[in-house]
Write a protein that binds this ligand. Structure first.
Ligand SMILES: *Cc1c(COP(=O)(O)O)cnc(C)c1O
Length: 452
């Protein structure tokens, strides 16, 4: 065991105006390694900045979530949300654990097929499914979650033409007590649209209504909202049974469980305020179990949770480019990663740890990225020990959405490394080069020559 260094006690002045009797909390201990790999070695080997994913954390999160639901409900199935992180290595970790796939676009759908997910274990969501994508999904027996009536009618036509019975579900939106309400996707529960869609599917008999789906929002902090959604979907399923003598095979509660990140403006740290998988599972399963299904009619419970499974498995390693004083006297530290690769810094106060030992002294600072763009701010206000040029940091909880929403702007995107269970690091996406950027560019012949 490593001996902890003795530090002399100090008296610190309390900061007035900060809601904490101990003054501004230093959330930081140095983080010098990730799953047995030294941060310095990773940066030397793969460059800075660098995304690092912990396979161990991914699998552990999956097991925790799966256990929370399976302990409470007999039939549970996870489906990996591709848009949350569609690196094939990441998807396949979750597929190896047993997850099906959940795609919201044609190319995500193709990725899932290529990764080896059988067509009948792919859920196809989203408002924009083209005719040819729908054809493929019908052909592969995928679960198609209908978003609007135009799609419903198109699927009906394709079913007739292809002489197949598509497996469909409808996406339902509803009032769960969380506002603003997400009512732009799917059919509304309260105003009868959902029933209208169900009737159109059932009376037409060209499609097989296998499920009911809701994805009520993003970064949800209230398990009770899921209980409301589960109750309303159960009510629809029981209504279908009563009216059409048909069992709905599954109820899909979507994703959106909050990860351990800290939302901007939140008083508590995300790790203290985000509900656990057990709390979400308790709310959802209790609602379905108490809804009134007969024992043999209990639907399969599908969950499409993304961020809560992968966010804290992702780290961004980076280096300090420079320090400066702003005109108002504040310390500013410029990092080699910006909002181009850390899109989520627009809504989270990401925890940032120095990657080397530091002294007791800390100072409030602004953390900027390297872009020539005024909005490139990583943290508007963070208490850190002074960092000097080439010092390194570890940004926490960046596994969700950053590797899919990142933008190619001003600088090239970094490599992504996955650390496996044996603590070996694998590059799962190479650092971009000029060639990556230009590979799809076409320069007309007459513009090839310039003379200056
Ligand atoms: C984005 C999305 C998810 C995953 O959401 P997370 O917030 O990452 O858990 C699941 N289902 C649907 C339909 C989505 O659009």
């Amino acid at each position: 065991m490593k001996k902890i260094q003795y530090e002399r006690p100090v008296i610190q002045r309390l900061n007035a105006g900060v809601m904490n009797k101990f003054g501004t909390k230093t959330e930081y201990a140095p983080v010098t390694e990730i799953d047995g790999n030294r941060v310095k070695d990773l940066i030397t080997k793969f460059g800075s900045p660098l995304f690092v994913l912990s396979e161990k954390t991914m699998r552990q999160n999956y097991k925790d979530a799966n256990r929370a639901f399976k302990n409470r409900y007999p039939k549970v199935q996870f489906a990996w949300s591709y848009k949350t992180n569609y690196m094939n290595a990441v998807c396949n970790v979750y597929h190896q654990e047993g997850s099906w796939a959940e795609a919201v676009s044609g190319f995500e759908y193709q990725k899932a097929l290529k990764n080896g997910v059988p067509g009948n274990k792919i859920i196809f969501n989203g408002p924009d499914k083209t005719e040819s994508e729908l054809r493929a999904a019908i052909y592969n027996n995928s679960m198609i979650h209908i978003d609007h009536l135009d799609e419903l009618y198109l699927i009906k036509e394709l079913a007739t033409e292809m002489n197949k019975r598509p497996r469909v579900a409808i996406r339902v939106n509803m009032d769960t007590g969380i506002y603003p309400m997400w009512d732009r996707f799917g059919f509304n529960y309260e105003n009868g649209q959902a029933w209208d869609a169900i009737n159109k599917i059932m009376l037409n008999d060209k499609m097989d209504l296998v499920g009911l789906h809701a994805h009520i929002g993003t970064f949800m902090l209230a398990p009770s909202a899921y209980a409301v959604a589960a109750t309303k979907l159960s009510d629809l399923a029981l209504g279908v049974k009563l009216k059409y003598k048909k069992n709905i095979q599954y109820i899909d509660l979507g994703g959106g469980f909050a990860s351990k990140n800290t939302l901007k403006g939140s008083y508590l740290q995300g790790a203290d305020s985000s509900p656990s998988f057990d709390q979400f599972a308790e709310a959802i399963t209790t609602a379905i179990l108490n809804a009134g299904f007969g024992e043999s009619d209990l639907p399969l419970l599908i969950l499409e949770t993304g961020r809560a499974l992968v966010d804290d498995a992702g780290y961004l390693l980076g280096s300090v480019i420079s320090n400066k004083r702003l005109a108002d006297g504040r310390r500013a530290t410029i990092m080699d990663f910006g909002v181009n690769i850390m899109f989520t810094s627009f809504w989270y106060d990401h925890k940032i740890s120095p990657a080397q030992e530091f002294s007791q002294y800390t100072e409030d600072a602004v953390l900027y990225g390297p872009l020539c763009m005024n909005i490139d701010v990583i943290r508007e206000n963070v208490t850190l020990p002074p960092l000097k040029r080439n010092d390194q940091v570890v940004v926490h909880c960046v596994g969700a959405y950053n590797m899919t929403q990142w933008m190619q702007f001003i600088s090239l995107r970094p490599a992504i490394v996955l650390i496996d269970l044996e603590e070996k690091a694998h590059v799962i996406r190479k650092r971009e080069t000029l060639q990556t950027i230009e590979s799809e560019e076409v320069l007309p012949a007459y513009l090839k020559e310039i003379k200056l």
